[in-house]
Design a protein around this ligand. Structure first.
Ligand code: NAD
Length: 494
């Protein structure tokens, strides 16, 4: 049975499409859904609905808006397993991992439930004699949110929740590979009391995104995806006069110093390298072994890899699921094959792992003696492949990381606080973990990388998101008596 998916526009299901896409369960390799791709006119219809609903939402009291956030949280918490199942069926990640992504998305719902605090402005009494100045936050209007396949619930919740809390209306375009979680969340928002038209979901690929970027009534665009697309979204949206934040790809290095606890470092490398089959923007993909510990570290990682159970994500005890598509799986395996030809050492080859017969599976892979210039190092693989780069010193490790075009996350494993502090000071990366392999900031901070991992100057979720989704307006006022009125052609001063 192939499920026919739909856009959600103004609270109504809509199946208009200039074409359709296929949705697969990557654990079986079978098509499970068909998704309509929105044309320009469908995007326009969504913006009509958003534009009509937004003034009423903006005028809704802050406490009522916060109430929607609280109810949304209750709905998602109560039905988390159901949403996790929706994610696993299209993405492939194991159910526990899907539940973990939902928890991290909920952090932002919880942060947004405090919107009365985040939306409140500033007031300065008596800025000049009898003059007061205040700053207020107002929504930007209709915003577009374009999300990737790898976090079908968390990344939408990063964007739409803040945008809505701030009083905007949203056009959400989820990944066409994993479209159902976005619809689930939109229905949950409706159940929580969000008025129709404030959250609209349109599906599609390049053409639908272009329609969003060209639509003059969309004032801001948030994007998360691969670097080439992020860069082009940033350029086009900015050229069209929109504010834009576009988060791109990653190649995250984990440095292991000679004094580190190597068992802990190996455990962390396994978790962060192979969790979610490496399809996380904060996954560790390069292990930087400093000094003479490389042989021991590689042995310890390799020893642990045989225990990783690669299975359909719904199976009890599964550690790692399939890759999202057959094309991605084949690309990953061809990069590993290329590494062997370029004199890297394939220590563990994922193709030889115990794998299910059907579906888009590959196993965890470990490649040693990797150097910059090899595709396995230079490209974002976005799969369960850990590369080991051997360096002599701390300085060499820092130079390696700082010369990468990507700068999303990085981690250092050490027992020495002084080295850790110096690393935090020296490293040109947006998010740093010290003995923490995946340093995704908690919801009260904001998330973002540097260099080709983020185009724009605003990080996502948390406090910076409220800046992105609001315009600040500064009001200067005085209330003079008629007798105090005078003409003065000079520039107003204090
Ligand atoms: P992607 O760039 O292929 O797609 C992202 C979105 O862009 C999807 O909605 C897709 O439909 C749309 N899109 C695809 N091609 C397009 C085109 N030519 N023009 C306009 N829009 C287009 O990314 P993906 O494969 O879905 O996700 C994986 C990528 O996302 C990885 O590179 C990963 O590192 C990155 N990612 C980054 C972060 C971060 O926070 N920096 C978080 C998650 C994922």
């Amino acid at each position: 049975m192939t499920e026919k998916l739909y856009h959600l526009i103004g609270g109504a299901k809509n199946t208009d499409g200039q074409s359709t896409g296929q949705v697969f369960n990557p654990a079986t390799g079978k098509q499970t859904g068909q998704v309509p791709f929105a044309s320009v006119s469908t995007v326009e219809a969504a913006v009509d609905a958003a534009e009509a609903a937004q003034p009423g939402w903006r005028a809704t009291g802050m406490a009522k808006r916060a109430g929607v956030m609280f109810r949304l949280r209750e709905i998602i918490v109560a039905r988390k397993r159901e949403l996790a199942g929706v994610i696993t069926a299209e993405h492939g990640k194991v159910l526990d991992d899907a539940a973990g992504e939902i928890d991290r998305g909920l952090e932002n719902v919880e942060f947004c439930a405090g919107l009365v605090h985040h939306m409140k402005g500033e007031f300065l009494e008596q800025a000049a004699g009898g003059v007061d100045v205040s700053q207020i936050r107002q929504p930007v209007g209709v915003v577009g949110c374009i999300t990737p396949f790898n976090f079908p619930a968390m990344v939408p919740l990063w964007m739409i929740t803040t945008a809505i809390a701030a009083g905007n209306a949203v056009i959400l375009k989820p990944s066409e590979k994993v479209p159902s979680a976005a619809l689930w969340i939109a229905e949950a928002f409706r159940e929580a009391g969000l008025p129709d038209g404030i959250l609209n979901v349109v599906h599609g690929d390049k053409e639908t995104v272009e329609a969003i970027l060209e639509e003059p009534r969309i004032k801001a665009v948030s994007f998360v995806g691969s670097t080439p697309i992020a860069k082009s979204i940033y350029t086009t949206a900015a050229a069209n006069g929109k504010r834009v934040q576009a988060l791109g790809g990653a190649k995250n290095h984990m440095v292991v110093m000679p004094d580190a606890d190597l068992d802990s470092a190996a455990d962390a490398a396994i978790s962060a390298g192979y969790g979610s089959a490496g399809e996380r923007c904060m996954a560790v993909s390069v292990l930087v072994a400093v000094g003479d510990i490389a042989d021991e570290l590689v042995d310890k990682v390799a020893q642990r890899m045989g225990d990783i159970r690669v299975r359909n994500g719904v199976e009890q005890g599964a550690d790692m699921g399939p890759i999202v598509t057959e094309v991605s799986r084949d690309r990953i395996e061809s990069i590993v094959a290329g590494a062997a030809e370029q004199d890297a050492t394939v220590v563990v080859d994922g193709r030889e792992h115990d794998l299910p017969a059907e579906g888009f599976f590959t196993g965890p892979t470990l490649v040693d003696n990797v150097t910059p210039g090899m595709a396995v190092y230079d490209e974002e693989i976005f799969g369960p492949v850990l590369s080991v780069v051997r360096v002599e010193s701390y300085d060499e490790a820092v130079a390696l990381i700082n010369s990468s075009r990507y700068a999303n996350g990085t981690a250092m494993f050490t027992r020495d606080g002084r080295t850790a502090r110096q690393f935090t000071f020296d490293i040109e990366v947006g998010m740093v973990g010290i003995n923490v392999p995946i340093p995704v900031p908690i919801g009260a901070f904001s998330f973002g990388g540097w260099k080709d991992s983020l185009f724009g100057d605003t990080h996502m979720y948390g406090p910076e998101s409220f800046n992105f989704y609001t315009r600040r307006k500064v009001v200067t006022e005085r209330w003079p008596l008629p007798s105090e009125s005078q003409i003065n052609l000079g520039f107003p001063t204090n």
